[in-house]
Write a new protein. Sequence first.
Length: 279
Amino acid sequence: MNKTLIAKNNDVNRSLFKYLVIMLNNVPISRIEKLFRLRDIKVNGIRTNDKQYKLKLGDEIIVYGLNDLFKENIESKVEINFSVIYEDKNLLIIDKAKNVAIHSEENCLNEQVFKYLNYKKNSSFVPSSIGRLDKKTSGLILYAKNYRTLVEFEEKQKYFDKVYQFVSDYNIPDKKIVTVRIKKDIANEKMVVDSKFGVQAKTAFWLDGNRKYAQILTGKKHQIRVTLQNMGFPILGDTKYGGKRARRMFLHSYSITFHNLSEDFSEYNEQIFICSPHW
């Protein structure tokens, strides 16, 4: 059986080898290597073994001698469990439910997004999250719907204002910027404060009435959670970092404001998206 593929906009300038690794996602890499050695690949009618060939829009790639090249992208049992905050041709911004993993689990957020977008693999690009949220954290998360958006927003996200809402005994009235050094504790699968060997993590905290907010100034894994534990105000429900047991971990991605995006994406600059928690 032969399989014909056509290079799309999101594939341009990607190497032929990387393209096939992505597109033939149920074929072992060793088998793809063999395809090149045997020249069982044609590009625009010409057999090739050039793994570094840079794809052009509309290139026709024919792969010989393989069956069942593609996995099903979406299982019918996937249930969509998020709310759409904003969507256009480039971005999908959603409100992630608590206790939903981004990937690698049944009914993970990636699978839900693929189903929502009716995603079919016709290029090497896969709709991808920009940034991350812990499984137990709810709230705003961004997905890029094309490769250009993914590259731009991943590169510029260090300039975005990301604000979280949380519940704890934190009670310092004035806005406070806290810097700690944290590192991974591999044995206990968590982050810990280590003033000597840790990486700097800076977070701003403030109160607005009975609501409590944190803004990530230097993004590190679990930095809000470990910083609040270190201050003596662990998040309610965050038992990994000293919090009292509760029906959920009370940490929510509340808002994001875009800055410093290039001219092609300038319409997003200074836009703010807000999603209040459901607790």
